[in-house]
Design a protein around this ligand. Structure first.
Ligand code: EPU
Length: 363
């Protein structure tokens, strides 16, 4: 157990906010976590408690007065090898390979591990920053696949009973960037590991945007005859590279806002606006969200308000994807990001009557 006082969080949040916490605790195993809480050592630590992953979906709005916990549980291990059982009692979604991954493992290390072994599952989620435990909380998603599609079980430490609890996929109540761990179970459970259902025989999921054509091009340019998880992964990494800032160079937290899901009547107003502006043939990007609701890309709405490439002081709007707010100079203050967030949301509300909600958690 590594416990520090007055710890800088600058390298622990991908926005690169220069803030600190009163106390920082990093543990390396489930046993350490259980021992720490059951011996009552948490009682002497400053409150509130916050558990972070890679800090890639967080905006620290100032110094944190409490204790930040971080998992150092890093491992990837096959718990049911390929080919031993092709079917199990879990019914649909059963997979030939079960893999357990420690919560502190970098998400993309897991994606790379799968691709190297020819295992289908998380390839479309390649390149997403952050750690596996946070991915389970946030239900990360990209290019037509969400975390919920590959997870089988989430194993947690229950800070109330000091015991281990396993949540099956259905019990996690996954929704769009949402789960039970952000709702009723918030603050009680610490994810320690995740079990994934993978397959050597699955196939690619290529329905999102132009993923299919990009993958077909890559296949025809390669010497391969059939698609592999590794090829899909490299195409996805290429798409991300061309649209999103390099986390190693520019501070950001990925998509800053959620894509709003609105009643159809709101979408029709947006459509009317776009057709009068760009002509009757213009198609507003949108997805049917069921029950009379439509999901509209926040990037499109923000783009219409002219924010792409906007700069102000140390912060700005990424020029290739306006959903991403960036720390341009590396010296941005939290207040600058929040002020920009408010201006963008106000302009979208003003033009379309649609309120944007942040995807990034404000602490
Ligand atoms: N668009 C514009 N202008 C732009 C960029 C996009 O109008 O400059 C419109 C286009 O019509 C495009 C649509 O927005 O078709 C959607 O864009 P994109 O495919 O980039 O996806 P997104 O909805 O903006 C979501 C996730 C991303 C994820 C991508 C790809 C959210 C909030 N964001 O973005 O996730 O990578 O899909 O699947 O759901 C993240 O969560 O941090 C993140 C980056």
């Amino acid at each position: 157990m590594d416990i520090r006082e007055s710890y800088s969080l600058k390298k622990r949040n991908t926005f690169g906010m220069d803030v600190s916490c009163a106390c920082y605790v990093e543990y390396g195993s489930v046993e350490e976590l259980v021992e720490f809480f059951s011996s009552g050592r948490q009682h002497g630590l400053p409150l509130p408690f916050l558990h972070i992953g890679g800090g890639s979906n967080i905006l620290f709005t100032g110094d944190f007065p409490g204790t930040v916990f971080h998992s150092g549980i890093r491992f990837i291990s096959e718990i049911r090898p390929c080919g031993t059982t092709a079917h199990d009692a879990d019914g649909p979604g059963s997979a030939a390979v079960l893999v357990e991954v420690g919560a502190g493992t970098l998400w993309d290390d897991f994606c790379a591990w799968c691709a190297e072994r020819g295992l289908w599952g998380p390839e479309n989620l390649s390149g997403i920053p952050g750690e596996t435990g946070a991915a389970a909380v946030q239900n990360i998603g990209a290019y037509g696949v969400e975390f919920k599609d590959v997870v089988r079980e989430v194993r947690c430490f229950d800070a109330v009973t000091c015991s281990i609890k396993t949540f099956r996929q259905q019990e996690c109540k996954y929704g769009y960037r949402d789960s039970i761990f952000k709702q009723s179970a918030k603050g009680r459970y610490i994810v320690t590991s995740v079990v994934f259902g993978l397959s050597t025989e699955g196939g690619p999921r290529l329905e999102y945007g132009h993923v299919k054509s990009a993958v077909e091009n890559a296949l025809s340019e390669s010497s391969q005859e059939t698609l592999t998880p590794s090829l899909v992964r490299s195409v996805i990494l290429g798409i991300r590279d061309s649209k999103l800032p390099d986390p190693g160079k520019t501070g950001s937290a990925g998509s800053f806002f959620k894509n709003p899901v609105v009643p159809k009547i709101f979408y029709e107003k947006v459509e009317h606006y776009a057709k009068s502006k760009y002509g009757q043939d213009y198609e507003v990007p949108h997805f049917d969200a069921g029950s009379g609701f439509v999901k509209i890309p926040a990037a499109w709405l923000i783009d219409q308000c002219g924010w792409k490439g906007y700069r102000e002081g140390n912060v700005g709007v990424y020029e290739k994807q306006p959903l991403v707010l960036v720390n341009l100079t590396g010296k941005a203050l939290p207040g600058e990001i929040v002020a920009l967030e408010k201006k963008i949301a106000a302009s979208v509300l003003n033009l379309f009557g649609i309120g944007l909600e942040p995807e990034v958690e404000h602490i």
